[in-house]
Design a protein around this ligand. Structure first.
Ligand code: GTQ
Length: 350
């Protein structure tokens, strides 16, 4: 049943004025804005950010703005559907490209939103997360969960660039976003948990009864070398057209590695087209290596290494690798949040 609802213009001017004076508004003229029929009507628009176009401007920011004047030297990937300066790529997902030059440090802070980084270019940088020093190599995923202290440093010789993903837009919407600052952390003198405790699937450190406080984020770094090897092995035995995709999870619980954002690593084999169902979640795809093409709601994005593109909620997306090599992508999405709120869904493609 679909009735045509009354409009604001149906109402006498003096009645509308009286409502306004009392900070009131009629629901029915705005009902379909907030409750459209059948599916949400996203404001976000799919977009491709080419790394080779962003990179020179990010390096220029390195000359224009000292890191002390930036705290974090980042160019934000802004959703064209929301106009200039939007601090988000989709409803929930913020992504930005961050530059750290050799010898620079970005001071310690912690904030309510959660973050993760995907390393794009350069060697020698590291992030210290609650005292754990996480090296950053290309393709690594490094978590900084909400409330965790983190600072960045760089002991290499070339600029380092990484992609930040945060659930910042959600926290801003909730009026829950703020940060605290502190001096640089003294890192513990031991390798991060991915190199000391969680080296092999199915093996976790034996739980000691004396350890009373469970660590909610036992592993903060997911080295790309292992992810790529695992994908190659999975792909070797997957049927053609079957998704070769691995979920980044908390190794102790199997749950998403952050509360609101999820991450998967995908391998697209040459010649195969991947056409997942429509999903109520939004996504940002980052190309770790390879070339290919994705079609998002009919819009064609040809991509290569280090490019990033977005897909709003319920997008129809297809991916295809080009050439003879597989392509590797990381998908950032907000399904964990939607599952926690009880409304995540998938629908068949039209
Ligand atoms: O590196 O801590 O892109 O706090 C935005 C906010 C990066 C960071 C961002 C941040 C950071």
């Amino acid at each position: 049943m679909s009735t045509t609802l009354g409009t604001l213009e149906d109402l006498p001017l003096d009645y509308r004025a009286a409502l306004g004076r009392l900070s009131l508004a009629p629901l029915w003229p705005m009902m379909r804005n907030v409750l459209p029929h059948g599916a949400p009507q996203p404001v976000s628009r799919a977009h491709l950010w080419r790394f080779e176009a962003v990179r020179p401007l990010l390096l220029e920011a390195g000359d224009l703005t000292p890191v002390e004047k930036a705290e974090r030297r980042v160019l934000v990937l802004t959703d064209p559907g929301r106009g200039e300066g939007a601090m988000q790529a989709t409803s929930v997902i913020y992504v930005g490209l961050q530059l750290l030059k050799p010898g620079e440090t970005a001071p310690a802070h912690r904030h309510t939103p959660s973050a993760a980084r995907i390393i794009v270019e350069g060697e020698g940088a590291y992030t210290v997360v609650d005292g754990e020093k996480c090296p950053m190599h290309r393709g690594d995923l490094v978590l900084t969960p909400g409330g965790a202290w983190h600072d960045h440093g760089h002991s290499g010789t070339e600029p380092v660039i990484w992609l930040d993903a945060l659930d910042l837009p959600l926290f801003v919407y909730l009026e829950g976003s703020y940060a605290e600052e502190a001096p640089l952390q003294a890192p513990r003198n031991r390798p991060d948990a991915s190199q000391a405790e969680y080296l092999s699937a199915g093996l976790v450190p034996a739980r000691r009864p004396a350890v009373s406080k469970p660590n909610r984020y036992p592993m903060l770094r997911y080295p790309w070398s292992r992810t790529e090897a695992a994908l190659a092995r999975l792909g070797a035995f997957a049927a053609p057209g079957e998704a070769v995709e691995l979920d980044y999870v908390n190794p102790e619980t199997g749950e998403s590695c952050l509360p609101t954002l999820g991450f998967t690593a995908m391998m697209l084999r040459p010649g195969e087209t991947l056409a997942p169902p429509l999903r109520s979640s939004s996504a940002v795809f980052h190309v770790v290596s390879g070339r290919g093409e994705s079609v998002v709601n009919g819009e064609r994005f040809g991509w290569g290494p280090a490019d990033t593109f977005s897909a709003p909620v319920f997008s129809a997306v297809t991916h295809r690798a080009e050439g003879v090599e597989p392509a590797f992508l990381i998908r950032i999405h907000d399904r964990p949040l939607q599952e926690r709120l009880g409304f995540f869904e998938e629908r068949p493609r039209p």
